[in-house]
Design a protein around this ligand. Structure first.
Ligand code: PLP
Length: 502
């Protein structure tokens, strides 16, 4: 059984944080001020914002400054500009990027663009960002990969400038076999499709299997990229409650009976966002249920190697019968080389052809030069030694951050220590709005992802995903202190500590 420390946190220490965003540019402060008002409902859907000229005059600032703030609010889906009429708070249920109506409730922070928001926050000056759930370039094997890339080029670039087959370069598919075998997955190179990351693998499976209105069992909370592919296919997610002990198989059986789902999506190891893993008996039970009912499983498994303690768990695809029902996908960014944008998809028997057609329709093939370098990396690099180093480094960081958070944040939440992965999941008492915490925290100079972004239900859990892949350990204490300040003084100034215990 995995070691799980489920802590009730002690009261917060004295406030130490200052408010660094006083130095933020004026347009950014206006943008964040309106975004917070919209997200917290102080500005209602459909209400009109002051015109650029009015606001500029009221605050004695340049109209260009207001224009820029409004433009960024529009890009992030908070407002819609109606030519000749003004700017209005966007109605929920519209996708900011393309104006399409959504089939289910939208995440209310940065709809449609949470990943770009997290990306921006991770680089914003003065912000201590707990937003990156992948290894930093310094910690990762980027240098070894860069050498492979240079050597691939030195051998002659022209071979990479032709079109390759949509399934990907054979040398890479071959090189993947020993890698998969280490996870208990035995397959053939011809059964694999090289993808542009695990995200593309998920999208291909959703497009291959789902039609508008189909039901999909999806863990709740879930990685927003999984929610997005279900929505993009016009399918309807059916929630499967996911917690420290995985999920309840009876709930899956009920959902199958009631909803006749077309697909089950699961991220079973160090799940994003919670960090929890599905125990072995549930993995077996899920594969059995899927086989009995003829329902495919999409297994999203980006970082099983990031285990700091406990026994490794086999992927669903490696279990008996897994090769009949499981579409297994992963990328290399979460463990090996962030940003390489390569991954693979292993469909079950019968699924290969349809998935290949979609891969070809989407982008013909993933970049050949990167594929060549990755094949080289997998063949020649001692990635087991690298993984040991990575586990050691991040395991220490995880424990250090966990200890600091439990000591600093007071009785505001419940924090679990997962066996691996780069996320901690802080559950707040129900009466604290995670959204409100988020907007105030960003202004205070600390960022993380909020539970709303991982939810497709109208009722949003109150929780924060604290990811530490990119955060300098020197900043842990200050980041925790800023967050404690927000929880104590901004969100719940009147609340007594004892009422905030979960
Ligand atoms: C759970 C999960 N699955 C899949 C992905 C996609 O990863 P990539 O496309 O970089 O392989 C991510 C990225 O954040 C993730 O967290």
């Amino acid at each position: 059984m995995a070691r799980k420390r489920q802590n009730r946190l002690p009261p917060p220490g004295p406030e130490t944080a200052s408010a660094p965003d006083d130095d933020a540019p004026i347009y950014a402060r206006i943008r964040d001020e309106f975004a917070a008002k919209i997200a917290t409902g102080k500005l209602k859907d459909g209400s009109k914002l002051p015109t650029v000229r009015e606001l500029a005059k009221e605050r004695s600032i340049n109209p260009m400054t207001v224009s820029r703030a409004y433009r960024e609010l529009a890009e992030r889906g908070f407002i819609t500009a109606r030519p000749g009429s003004g700017s209005y708070v966007s109605r929920p249920g519209r996708n900011a990027a393309n104006g399409r109506a959504q089939t289910t409730a939208e995440p209310s922070i940065d709809p449609g663009g949470i990943s770009s928001r997290l990306f921006e926050l991770a680089r914003a000056p003065g912000v201590i960002a707990f937003t990156g759930n992948y290894p930093s370039v310094e910690m990762s094997d980027a240098a070894a990969f860069a050498r492979c890339l240079q050597e691939s080029l030195a051998r002659g670039a022209t071979e990479y400038f032709r079109y390759d087959p949509p399934a990907g370069r054979e040398e890479l598919r071959e090189a993947l076999l020993p890698f998969l075998a280490e996870h208990g997955i035995v397959t053939r190179a011809d059964d694999l499709i090289v993808t542009s990351g695990g995200q593309q693998g998920m999208d291909i499976v959703a497009r291959h299997l789902l039609a508008r209105g189909d039901r999909v069992i999806l863990e709740q909370p879930a990685y927003f990229g999984a929610i997005n592919v279900v929505r993009a296919a016009g399918a309807v997610p059916i929630p499967l409650r996911f917690g420290p002990n995985g999920f309840d198989l009876n709930e899956v059986a009920d959902a199958i009976r009631k909803h006749n789902p077309r697909l089950i999506i699961i991220n079973p190891t160090f799940q994003n966002p919670t960090g929890h893993s599905v125990p072995l008996d549930q993995r077996r039970g899920l594969v059995d249920l899927a086989r009995e009912n003829g329902i495919p499983i999409l297994e999203d498994d980006p970082s099983p190697e990031l285990r700091f303690r406990g026994q490794p768990l086999p992927p669903l695809r490696a279990l008996p019968g897994g090769n009949e029902v499981v579409y297994y996908t992963r990328g290399f960014g979460k463990t090996f080389i962030p940003g390489v944008r390569l991954g693979f998809l292993l469909p079950p028997r019968g699924g290969l052809h349809g998935c290949l057609e979609i891969k070809a329709t989407t982008d013909l093939q993933s970049p050949a030069l990167l594929q060549g370098a990755l094949a080289d990396y997998l063949r020649r690099t001692d990635w087991q030694t690298y993984l040991k180093r990575l586990r050691l480094g991040y395991g220490e960081r995880q424990e250090e951050l966990f200890d600091i958070l439990t000591a600093t944040l007071g009785e505001y939440g419940s924090l679990a220590l997962p066996d691996g992965g780069l996320n901690l999941w802080l559950e707040l008492p129900g009466e604290i709005s995670a959204r409100e915490v988020y907007f105030n925290a960003v202004r205070r100079g600390v960022a993380f992802a909020v539970a709303d972004s991982f939810s497709f239900r109208p009722e949003r859990p109150s929780a924060l995903r604290i990811a530490f892949g990119l955060t300098d350990p020197k900043d842990y204490a200050e980041g925790a202190s800023r967050l404690a300040h927000v929880l104590r003084n901004v969100v719940s100034p009147q609340r007594s500590l004892s009422s905030a215990v979960v």
